[in-house]
Design a protein around this ligand. Structure first.
Ligand SMILES: Cc1cc2nc3c(=O)[nH]c(=O)nc-3n(C[C@H](O)[C@H](O)[C@H](O)COP(=O)(O)O)c2cc1C
Length: 362
């Protein structure tokens, strides 16, 4: 009975979002809509009553979705991907929207307004967003100061990138930039993601080069922390390049990967593409990483998760957790509950009692 009501609720919200809100949102600049939605989310998060109402509208829980990974309890596997809540203003409302965790950031050491001009475009025919924001961040110090006393209601990942500036192009300066942010967040959040794959920043993606990555990870190894450390990879590397990166990570304190960031391989203009346009590439990378690491590293799958079936495919390819942004923009915030509820049904159908049993079963 409860499940049928949740299904009805989700269908109603989906209809309302797709036929009403989305039509209005899609008339305006995506970055302005994002900013307005974030302000609204922040407001909802400040008050107990509005958090409760949001929970009533969006939440879904089931023990089959719970996992303890590296000692961190994830109540469900669906997280908000880095880039939506860059400065960590939505941590209070997102658990009520049904997310199992979120990745704040990417945060950079220095404040940065990102690239100039229009920098976000929708591609509805591809169910994708093209992004050329270029690591907009309030800067590590300001974000850390604001978040240091927050009691988070779900696991928080801190995504760290190199400040988008000519000053950090030189390898030593770039490494120092990553290290500064890393140190600022030692007491905040549950895991780190080192983003070496922003497609839109000054100087490209230098730390996908094995020698530079070696230097970066050597420096980060010196900073004491018990938290798991993940690397966020681009989807556009060759198998040989992935092999080289894996060889480096084996020598360092790396516990897993986020696969993947936006793809640069497209003909639509500047920026990286997300969503369905990215999905196949992200899935191929997840499968490759899982196979090459024999399931021993944590994989967070990201790219084109719009439904429970999409999420389940990534899980069966080797992802233990998933992150999304674009699916929520195209389908509405109830999509988190839809995915989680659908996952429980898919697990049951295949005879699994818990999501962890399905990881890598493809
Ligand atoms: C507007 C936007 C901003 C993003 N900014 C970041 C970022 O700062 N750091 C990062 O690691 N990934 C960033 N990404 C990539 C996402 O985290 C995610 O990996 C990618 O969008 C694929 O997931 P999706 O298809 O569900 O959107 C951004 C994506 C979008 C759409």
């Amino acid at each position: 009975m409860k499940d049928t009501l949740t299904d009805l609720r989700n269908r109603f919200l989906h209809f309302f979002y797709v036929h009403f809100y989305k039509r209005i949102f899609f008339c305006f600049d995506p970055e302005n809509v994002h900013a307005a939605c974030s302000r609204f989310g922040m407001l909802l998060g400040t008050n107990k009553l509005t958090r409760r109402i949001s929970s009533f509208l969006f939440n879904y829980s089931n023990p089959a979705l719970e996992q303890k990974i590296h000692g961190i309890l994830f109540k469900n596997p669906i997280g908000l991907s880095a880039g939506f809540d860059k400065d960590g203003y939505l941590t209070k409302i997102l658990p009520s929207v049904g997310f199992g965790f979120e990745e704040i950031g990417s945060i950079t050491a220095e404040p940065c307004s990102g690239n100039p001009g229009i920098r976000m475009w929708r591609h509805p025919e591809k169910k994708s967003i093209r992004v050329y924001i270029g690591l907009k961040s309030e800067g590590a110090k300001k974000v850390a100061q604001r978040l240091q006393k927050t009691a988070f209601q779900f696991p928080i990942g801190i995504s760290i990138a190199k400040t988008n500036s000519p000053k950090t192009c030189e390898t030593k300066a770039g490494i120092a930039d990553y290290a500064e942010t890393f140190k600022s967040f030692l007491k905040i959040g549950d895991y780190f993601t080192i983003n070496i794959s922003c497609p839109n920043a000054f100087g490209g993606e230098p730390f996908t080069d094995p020698k530079k990555l070696e230097s970066l990870l050597t420096e980060l190894d010196k900073i004491p922390t018990q938290k798991p450390i993940l690397l966020k990879l681009p989807p556009d590397l060759s198998e040989k390049q992935i092999d080289e990166i894996l060889a480096v990570t084996k020598r360092h304190r790396v516990h897993g990967f986020v696969a993947s960031n936006l793809t640069k391989q497209h003909s639509h203009g500047k920026g990286g593409m997300s969503g369905k346009f990215l999905e196949k590439k992200a899935n191929a990378l997840i499968a490759m990483l899982y196979k090459k690491t024999q399931g021993e590293m944590l994989i967070i799958g990201s790219g084109g998760v719009f439904s429970a079936e999409d999420a389940y495919e990534k899980i069966r390819l080797g992802a233990s957790l998933l992150e999304l942004i674009t699916g929520m923009i195209y389908e509405g915030p109830q999509v988190i509950s839809e995915i989680n509820r659908g996952l429980v049904q898919l697990l049951k159908k295949d005879g699994y009692k818990n999501i962890g049993e399905a990881v890598g079963k493809n």
